[in-house]
Design a protein around this ligand. Structure first.
Ligand code: HEC
Length: 332
């Protein structure tokens, strides 16, 4: 059955090619009569409606389409350079060794000021550490139990289902401890800032030894060219050798920044590895189905495309002039 239909299809496709050119010729010869009927009114109508359409698109863009900047680009801070992040490539996953190191940097450095409130311990299992390691880590912290009959809560050690604890009780306490500035939650930080990974990496590694001459830095703030306004309440936190990595990677400032940024990208997009794998599957299956559908379409249409219409005029009495041969175009 398949063999027969394939045979038909190849024949039909061959015929369709020659058929298509003839159809074009036929159609071309029949349009000549209607061409002269367009008056200047038609043209004017067409022209003005086109102008109206283009004009309304332009007006709409002028009103709503342009980006609105609260600040000028120079006030936004220095634009972060684009680094060649391996995990951002379409066919790459997170480097899970890097995630493990990045989580260590978060825990040992950032977690004293920044919360990571959307990440429960259970998500670390299999991504960053083993089940036992994550359980051990959770048990280091205490959480409230469910209220008992008198409404009293007690303390219990953490479980895998608990969320990573925040360093401060509430935002007010966080501000009070940081000179009035709130250290934002880092769970979704990579998605929350323009420039994502590039921006956070540049921010962490971009503190100069001294602010450049002429720069005004308010008391309590630190100069960082990548931060909008250049005065940031967070001081430089990463210095060479600040943490000691389990796997022996040397903990330079940029290595730690890279690891913690990749970890923060994971915390903002934990589904990334799976999303990419699913994407490739969809492309593979979708590609095959698309090719099949093209083939089936050509197969089904081949009879229509190769159809030939014949006009057999009745014999005429009067002799035709020699230079006109009726139906010659169709009888090749
Ligand atoms: C000593 C406390 C402290 C530590 C430690 C700390 N930060 Fe911060 N961080 C802050 C404060 C305060 C702000 C708010 C800055 C501001 O708004 O001026 C901040 C802001 C940020 C921002 C947001 C910048 C923006 O565009 O709004 C990021 C990202 C950030 N920190 C990442 C980190 C990372 C990653 C670490 C660990 C390597 C870390 N911080 C360690 C106090 C800290």
């Amino acid at each position: 059955m398949l063999a027969r239909s394939t045979l038909h299809a190849t024949r039909a496709i061959g015929a369709a090619k020659t058929g298509a050119t003839r159809t074009a010729q036929r159609n071309a010869s029949t349009t000549s009569s209607s061409g002269s009927s367009a008056t200047w009114k038609d043209n004017a109508l067409l022209g003005s409606s086109t102008a109206l359409a283009v004009g309304s698109v332009a007006w709409y863009y002028y009103q709503f389409g342009r980006p609105a900047h609260a600040m000028t680009p120079s006030e936004e801070g220095l634009h972060a350079p684009a680094y060649p992040w391996e995990h951002e490539k379409l066919h790459k996953t997170f480097d899970h060794n890097s995630l493990r190191r990045g989580f260590q940097v978060y825990r040992e450095v950032c977690s004293s000021c920044h919360s990571l409130a959307r990440i429960p311990y259970r998500t670390l299992v299999g991504n960053i550490m083993t089940n036992d390691e994550a359980k051990g880590l959770a048990e280091e912290n205490e959480y409230d139990t469910e209220p008992n009959d008198e409404g009293e809560t007690e303390k219990r050690p953490g479980k895998l289902s608990d969320y990573i604890p925040s360093p401060y009780k509430n935002d007010e306490a966080a501000r009070a401890a940081n000179n009035g500035a709130l250290p934002p939650d880092l769970s979704l930080m990579v998605k929350a800032r323009h420039g994502g990974c590039n921006y956070i990496f540049s921010l962490l590694t971009g503190y100069p030894e001294e602010p450049p001459a002429g720069a005004v830095v308010q008391a309590g703030l630190n100069f960082n060219p990548y931060f909008p306004g250049t005065g940031i309440a967070m001081a430089r936190v990463l210095y060479d050798g600040l943490v000691e990595y389990d796997d022996g990677t040397s903990a330079t400032t940029s290595q730690m920044a890279k690891d913690v940024v990749e970890f923060l990208n994971w915390s903002a997009e934990p589904e990334m590895d799976q999303r990419k794998r699913m994407g490739w599957k969809v492309m593979a299956v979708g590609g095959v189905l698309f090719a099949l559908s093209v083939w089936v379409k050509r197969y089904k249409w081949s009879t229509v495309k190769t159809r030939r219409m014949l006009y057999d005029p009745p014999a005429m009495k009067a002799k035709r002039p020699d230079n006109v041969t009726v139906g010659s175009a169709f009888r090749k």
